[in-house]
Design a protein around this ligand. Structure first.
Ligand SMILES: Nc1ncnc2c1ncn2[C@@H]1O[C@H](COP(=O)(O)OP(=O)(O)OP(=O)(O)O)[C@@H](O)[C@H]1O
Length: 246
């Protein structure tokens, strides 16, 4: 297996809270990985580790075969890692295109220094998310599901190799979820490696190539999605909440 991004025995302890406690995870190149687990199980912390927003208490983070555990995050992003966040983080006084350009500016890519190159990249990312027609609008004028697409477009503008998505469909209607699932499927077809954090096991089962389940900061199970979701320990972890597997 060619892993493009991996966590090796990572721990993140916040004082007495073991947010992540000895987790190893590998993202296979070109695959869509789903990371699920109950509230507080460590999913966002795992993504924060992968995107260098938090330092591990122990363990290593590997990107494309090299140790990036202490590499500043802007360098990792320039090497092809992108992410979105749980909440919407768009600037309402900018247009959609300007929001995407702001993401690109932060990367300062050598081949996106001319205004025309940057605009082309921003528009290509919006087109990939099928929202190019919103480029001149302000995000607040758009439906929630479209705003979330703008966030993904912003992450795509740097043409990343790996995209980490922290609950991208949270709060979306069933129709918006179906549409996003199609878009994610197409991004996978383009060869993009993705990690998708999601609460809804059913949603990821139709989409993911690989499923990992966290519980209390540890990896409960990891493998082929249907098989993994059917494991008694996984079903147990999801029982009692809103996350009951069918
Ligand atoms: N900066 C922090 N300081 C202290 N505790 C934290 C911090 N970040 C996360 N935690 C704790 O670590 C645990 C894991 O949190 P995390 O946000 O990674 O879980 P999650 O699975 O993403 O949860 P959710 O599904 O609710 O988003 C929780 O108990 C949380 O309260």
């Amino acid at each position: 297996m060619t892993a493009i991004l991996a966590l090796e025995e990572v721990k993140v302890h916040f004082g007495g809270v073991k947010a992540v406690d000895g987790v190893s995870l590998s993202l296979r190149q070109g695959a869509l990985h789903a990371l699920v687990g109950p509230n507080g199980s460590g999913k966002t912390t795992a993504v924060n580790l992968m995107s260098r927003l938090v330092d591990p208490t122990a363990g290593r983070v590997l990107f494309d075969g090299t140790d990036v555990t202490r590499v500043p995050r802007h360098r990792l992003y320039r090497r092809g890692l992108a992410r979105t966040f749980q909440g919407i983080r768009l600037l309402d006084d900018l247009t959609v295109r300007e929001n995407v350009l702001a993401g690109l500016d932060a990367l300062d890519l050598p081949d996106a220094r001319k205004a025309s190159q940057r605009r082309d990249r921003a528009d290509a990312a919006l087109a990939r998310m099928e929202i190019l027609d919103t480029a001149g609008l302000e995000p607040s004028a758009l439906p929630y599901g479209v705003q979330r697409r703008v966030e993904i477009a912003r992450a795509l503008a740097g043409d990343p190799r790996v995209l980490l998505l922290d609950e991208p469909v949270a709060g979306m209607s069933a129709g918006e979820r179906r549409d996003i699932a199609e878009v994610l499927h197409r991004l996978k077809g383009d060869g993009l490696t993705m990690l998708l954090i999601e609460h809804d096991l059913q949603f990821v089962l139709g989409l993911a190539d690989h499923l990992s389940v966290l519980n209390f900061g540890t990896l409960l199970a990891s493998g082929e999605p249907q098989t993994t979701a059917a494991l008694p320990a996984v079903r147990e972890a999801f029982l009692g909440g809103e996350h009951v597997a069918a």
